[in-house]
Design a protein around this ligand. Structure first.
Ligand code: 13P
Length: 257
């Protein structure tokens, strides 16, 4: 497998943090630090901050994403945001199937798959999140859980759309807990994800797809995680809230690939 076929990605997931003014300040602060980075630099922000983020990032190498979208393009869904609206305002990325959406907002493998379809048809690049809870790992069924999440998330996605898909492996027990998966644990699952993509599609697609690790990744542990042959970047929560630590992660990834 040839790692150079894939573009590394450092994506921040801000979750429910920051306001538009803080968003502006953050992007202004990282711009000079990440320009010329040898990886894709993505900030996924709360909807209310997206306009400020897009304006501030204009003309830079920083790409903006949303943290979710609905499975319909419009309609009577109070409080929701559609993939079509995100595309209309030039958002490039969207996170789908994050474990917090699954845990706290009742999203299922099936509804995640529906969102994937609508987002693809609205030209968004998708960071599709998969990952087991602690119980799943302790019961030795990580592989089964992640394979089902992948298969349902990508159900009926034609191969020509796979260029728009990025997978993020986020073990739920490592998110926001300070407990990072070891680099070997991350590699083992990311490799299995690539093999599953090969089974579902073909070797070419599996060689080109970017697979990220997420879960307490920071400037201290990133070097080791990103050294793994099937870990093509990171989806970062806490460490993406501070411009210095986010820029440090971008620089680590830039020098690794
Ligand atoms: P932390 O980096 O805060 O563990 O969050 C990871 C995550 O959930 C990114 O989507």
């Amino acid at each position: 497998m040839n790692r150079s076929l894939r573009r590394p990605i450092i994506a921040g997931n801000w979750k429910m943090n920051k306001n538009p003014e803080e968003t502006k300040q953050f992007i202004e602060a990282i711009k000079p630090k990440v320009e010329g980075a040898n990886c894709e630099v993505v900030i996924c922000a709360p909807y209310i901050n997206i306009d400020a983020a897009l304006r501030q990032a204009e003309g830079s190498n920083i790409k903006i994403g949303a943290e979710n979208c609905h499975w319909e393009e419009n309609g009577a869904f109070t409080g929701e945001i559609s993939a079509k609206t995100l595309n209309d305002i030039n958002v490039e990325y969207v996170i789908l199937g994050h474990s917090e959406r699954r845990l706290y907002f009742g999203e299922t493998d099936v509804s995640v798959g529906q969102r994937v379809h609508t987002a693809l048809h609205n030209n968004l690049k998708i960071i599709l999140c998969v990952g087991e809870q602690l119980q799943g790992r302790e019961h030795g069924i990580t592989e089964e859980i992640v394979r089902i999440q992948l298969k349902e998330g990508l159900l009926n996605v034609p191969r020509e759309f796979m260029k728009q898909i990025i997978i993020a492996y986020e073990p739920v027990w490592a998110i926001g807990t300070g407990k990072t998966a070891t680099s070997n644990q991350a590699q083992e699952v990311c490799k299995m994800i690539r093999e599953t993509i090969k089974e579902l599609y073909d070797e070419d697609i599996s060689n080109h797809i970017a697979i990220l690790y997420g879960g307490s990744m920071n400037a201290k542990n990133a070097d080791e995680l990103l050294s793994m042959p099937d870990v093509d970047g990171g989806l970062i929560g806490g460490a993406a809230l501070d411009p210095k630590s986010f820029a440090a992660l971008v620089n680590i990834a830039s020098n690794k690939f």
